[in-house]
Structures are given as C-alpha cells and as structure tokens.
Design a protein around this ligand. Structure first.
Ligand SMILES: NC(=O)c1ccc[n+]([C@@H]2O[C@H](COP(=O)([O-])OP(=O)(O)OC[C@H]3O[C@@H](n4cnc5c(N)ncnc54)[C@H](O)[C@@H]3O)[C@@H](O)[C@H]2O)c1
Length: 335
C-alpha cells in the first residue's frame, strides 16, 4: 500500500511509519516539523516538509506519490495551550483537517485513518468508556478532534470515504529506535522520566480526586500496540472491506477506542517509574489542572472484535521500561 502519514516525524507517527515500512508498505511522511523531528523519520520513508493544511500542495503530493491511503496523525495536541490559544487549534486541526479532506476529494483518495482522542468524551458518565457514550469535550483540543470526526462522517456519507477513527487514551513507551520527545513535555510518563534524568522534582496535579489514592486514573497504551492498530485500521479501509462500508455509495466511519481497559493512578505510575529507573522521585502535589476528569479508562472491546486488535504490551513496566531505555540511548533526543 502507498500510504501518506501526516505527522510522521512526531512521536506516534514515527513509530507507525517504522511499523508500516517493516510490513512492506511504501510510506511518504508529510510533516511541518513544528513539534516533530527530522531525525525521527525512518530512512526507509520519504519525508515531505510542509503542512497538510494546504489543499493545492497536498493534492499535488497525493498525485505525485500515487497515495492510496492516509494515516492522519498530525495535529496540535496540548490541552492547556488549546484553552489559551483555541484559534491555533481550530485553524490547524479543523481548518487543516478539512483542507486535507478536500485534497482527498480532489484526488479520489478514499481511505483515511484518523488519530482522535479520549478527550472527545469530556467528563465521562461511566467507566470503562464505550464508543457509543456521549461525546462532550471540555477543552478546545478535544472539541477540534470531535469536529474533524464529524467532518469525516459527512464526507463518508457524501463521497464514500472509507475511514477508521481511533480514539486513543494515553500513549506511552518506545521502540528501540523511536521514543517520545515533546518540548514542553506535558505527558506524565516522559515528564517523570525527564525529572529522574535531570535529578529534579516532578509535579502531580491534584491528589484530592474521588479515586482510591486521590490522584487521577488513566488508561495507558503502548505506542507499538497503537502502531499495530493503525496497520489493522488501514487494512480495514480497503475497497472491498465491509467493515468500512459498501464498495460504492455512502459509508459510515468506523470508530474504535484504543486503550488497555485498565487504569493506573498517577501515584502508581510514579512508583513504577521509580522501580524501572531504580531512583526515587521527589514528587510535589500541584493544583488540579482545569478539565482533568478523575478517571479515563477505555473499553477496547470493539477494536478487538472489529479490527482483531488487542494490546500486547499492556503493563506499566513494559511501557515505562521501554521509554526509559530509549531515553538513555538518546540522551539528547533526536538532536
Ligand atoms: N500522545 C498521546 O498520548 C495522544 C493521545 C491521544 C491522541 N493523540 C493524537 O495522536 C496524534 C499524534 O500525537 P503525538 O503525541 O505523536 O504528537 P506529536 O506532536 O509528537 O506529533 C504530531 C506531528 O504532527 C506534525 N504537525 C503538526 N501540525 C502539522 C501541520 N499543520 N502539518 C504537518 N505536520 C504537522 C508535528 O510536527 C509532529 O511531527 C495527534 O493527532 C494527537 O492529537 C495523542
């Protein structure tokens, strides 16, 4: 398959590219390197530096590379920033997302897998969360993802796109070659590992939540498991695959959660980081962050039933151990 991966120089995109090329697919990466790294792109993929938000340029790129399917990973994805600068998120994620869909329409590229998020659920009413639960984002980031999901749905109905929307929970871990390097780092596991590496204190936001130890509970998924789910989702968008609709006429997006089905509290994560690194972490308790639900845990039963996907590296030890190993072998990240 000839696949375009937007955001293939980012954390999740780079691991997905690694797996796609290993599986024998021809991969083109489109990335503006705004939060990604040139050095993260597999040498076996072709890198085009640019934005997915320019319909004319993406149309040319899709034609030139005879792209058959798109894995749309690129986005702006810092929750706090989305609350102080929502314009950037609507412009980039929503405006850019529609521009990409228009390039697909112009070139009749019909297959897309979209990186969505648990943030679309907002404050869930029950746990574990299933895909049919209400989608009511409580931050601008989640809202922009919800809108792109909705746009894909309408393009499916009108133009017969074949699509899979994947709502990831918290992604963690690394492969030998690719790991997480965000500046600033807002995700708990890499932030704790950064604190360990630099010998400084880490902060946990809130310890007065209605959970057994008072800290937030999150569902973590290994980035390699996620990449495998991308591969399976891309396969499900094939022309004659009934999971993404009839081979002609209107279709409907297939929506799946990707998580572990297990929750770990922030304090449990801190203990696991201490065990993996053999160092103790001084942890400071900061104020709650606005818009942080106490518990976010996925039901991934649908991904299992429909895509035949199951997390294989679901323990905190595997996720933290691989992330720590990558950090030690890449002390300056991709620089
Ligand atoms: N990391 C997580 O835990 C998590 C959880 C849920 C959903 N997601 C989603 O997964 C996707 C990937 O996340 P990540 O953690 O790898 O983020 P990342 O920031 O590491 O990667 C995003 C990549 O997209 C690129 N990019 C951004 N805007 C672009 C544009 N306009 N044109 C071209 N390239 C652009 C960046 O340079 C970067 O390489 C995002 O869509 C994010 O919303 C991530």
């Amino acid at each position: 398959m000839r696949v375009l991966v937007t955001g293939g120089a980012g954390y999740i995109g780079s691991v997905s590219v690694e797996l796609l090329v290993e599986a024998g697919h021809e991969v083109t990466v489109l990335d503006d390197l705004s939060t990604g790294h040139r050095g993260a792109v597999s040498a076996r993929a072709k890198l085009e530096v640019g934005t997915y938000g320019d319909t004319a340029a993406v149309t040319t790129l899709l034609e030139k590379n005879r792209i058959e399917a798109i894995l749309h990973c690129a986005a702006k994805s810092i929750v706090g920033e989305s609350m102080t600068d929502p314009g950037k998120y609507f412009r980039e994620n929503v405006g850019g997302g529609v521009a990409l869909l228009e390039a697909m329409r112009a070139t009749k590229v019909r297959r897309i897998v979209f990186s969505s998020t648990a943030a679309t659920y907002g404050m869930p009413e029950r746990t574990p969360i299933v895909e049919a639960d209400p989608v009511r984002p409580i931050n601008a980031y989640g809202e922009t993802k919800r809108i792109v999901e909705s746009a894909i749905g309408w393009y499916c109905r009108a133009y017969g796109l074949r699509s899979v929307i994947l709502r990831y929970f918290n992604v963690a871990g690394a492969t030998v070659e690719h790991g997480e390097m965000h500046v600033p780092e807002t995700h708990l596991i890499p932030a704790l590992l950064e604190a360990v590496a630099e010998g400084r204190q880490a902060t946990i936001f809130g310890d007065d939540y209605p959970t057994p130890d008072g800290t937030c509970i999150r569902d973590y998924i290994h980035v390699e498991d996620l990449a495998l789910a991308h591969l399976k989702a891309l396969e499900a968008t094939a022309h004659n695959d009934k999971r993404t609709g009839p081979s002609s006429g209107p279709t409907e997006a297939l929506i799946c959660n990707l998580g572990n089905g297990k929750g770990f509290s922030n304090r449990q994560v801190v203990r696991a980081v201490e065990a993996a690194t053999g160092r103790s972490l001084g942890v400071k308790i900061g104020p709650r962050r606005p818009g942080d639900p106490p518990i976010l845990v996925a039901s991934a039963d649908k991904a299992n039933e429909v895509l035949g996907w199951k997390p294989r590296l679901g323990s905190l030890d595997e996720m933290i151990g691989s992330a720590w190993a990558w950090k030690q072998s890449h002390p300056s990240g991709y620089r």
